[in-house]
Design a protein around this ligand. Structure first.
Ligand code: NAP
Length: 342
């Protein structure tokens, strides 16, 4: 990490489809100064997440996008090096989704309407966990499955992007709820690990001959909960195999990143929903933010007891942010993708 300048990634232009590497530009800027009520934080870890694709667009979404010329948006965790805020002091560890792709960030704790600046206890778990299983992806798995999916013992739960940050936790929480979890992912090594952490059956959607037939074989009584992390062809195949009263958690649509902004429903699903009396529920973790302490407490307990295992995929250096982000879109990440800031 530079201690004399702030290296940061700016968005150069809105990309079409999968962003090429020159979508962003690395520049050096002065280290920013915190104003009244603000803190200056030195990044230790930055997160890369699929939602970042949606931020690189002028299209309407649930959150403000980044416009060209500005620092790319993203979460991070690091150490407070200067504070003009009464509740924060030098040496505290702060996590925030307002960090940005940069080495130094000025944050404003207590801003209304945001997921905020959160204090991290370094004695509880490695601080990068606040970007993963104790943070946004962990809360997504927890509330998406338990509140939206409403699992019952004996349910069959199908999870796409199952080895990823969210998916790996969904499968394990489903097991804890007495369900049978089925993993769908692109790679045999990822799927072997999914079996190791408790998924009952796995399907490689890239190599299987007939995805629909494989889902049918894995779910003989149909799919009770579909935790849809991808949209696209996997979504279309699972939707044809719903059990009566199924719940579909519409969590992400990364399979459509290459057709960003275009219509995103493949197969018409109305008759499948009607016949099975299923419900499809659009889900955003930020709506559950007020209950984050509950989720963190339970996730930490399960982790401590060895009931939940986690896998992260680490790259090093701010220079690698675009490359790390693109790994998500081509399935190269094996576990939660993080970048360690050196
Ligand atoms: P992740 O699963 O760790 O990484 C993304 C994974 O998506 C890749 O590893 C890849 O795994 C899969 N993928 C990429 N392109 C694909 C394609 N064309 N078809 C099928 N799968 C593809 O990422 P994450 O952070 O856990 O996020 C998972 C999903 O949850 C994303 O869609 C994200 O937007 C969503 N999400 C939603 C919320 C919310 O509040 N709704 C919050 C967090 C995340 P494979 O090996 O399986 O291809």
């Amino acid at each position: 990490m530079s201690t004399t300048a702030n290296r940061r990634w700016l968005l150069v232009r809105y990309p079409e489809g999968i962003p090429p590497l020159d979508t962003w530009r690395l520049e050096e800027a002065p280290i920013p100064e915190p104003g009244l009520g603000q803190i200056l934080v030195k990044a230790h870890w930055l997160s890369v997440d699929p939602y970042m694709r949606a931020r690189m667009s002028p299209a309407r979404s649930y959150a403000q996008g980044v416009s060209p010329g500005n620092v790319m948006t993203g979460g991070g965790v690091g150490e407070v090096v200067a504070s003009n805020h009464p509740a924060w002091k030098k040496g505290d560890i702060a996590e925030s989704m307002q960090f940005g792709w940069q080495e130094w960030s000025v944050l404003t704790p207590g801003l209304p309407g945001s997921s905020g600046v959160n204090r991290v206890d370094p004695n509880l778990a490695p601080i990068e966990s606040s970007l993963f299983w104790l943070g946004m992806p962990g809360l997504t798995a927890y509330f998406g499955l338990l509140d939206v999916g409403r699992p019952r013992p004996g349910d069959t739960v199908v999870v796409s992007a199952a080895a990823g940050a969210v998916g790996q936790l969904v499968g394990q929480i489903a097991n804890l709820a007495g369900c049978r979890a089925i993993a769908i992912a692109s790679d045999d090594a990822k799927l072997a690990w999914c079996r190791e952490i408790g998924f009952a059956t796995t399907i490689n959607y890239r190599t299987v001959q007939d995805l629909g037939a494989a889902i049918e074989a894995a779910c003989p009584s149909g799919v009770d909960i579909f935790f849809d992390n991808t949209g696209g062809p996997i979504h279309d195949a699972v939707i044809k195999r719903l059990a009566v009263g199924a719940r579909i958690v519409i969590c992400g649509r990364i399979a459509l990143a290459g057709q960003f902004g275009k219509p995103d429903i493949g197969e018409r699903l109305l008759s499948d929903l009607l016949v099975t009396r299923s419900s499809a529920h659009g889900f955003l973790v930020t709506d559950w933010w007020h209950r984050r302490d509950e989720a963190r407490r339970r996730l930490a307990g399960w982790h401590r007891e060895g009931k939940v295992r986690v896998r992260q995929d680490i790259m090093a250096g701010i220079e690698r942010m675009p490359e790390a982000f693109l790994r998500l879109l081509n399935g190269k990440n094996f576990g939660k993708q993080l970048v360690k800031i050196l």
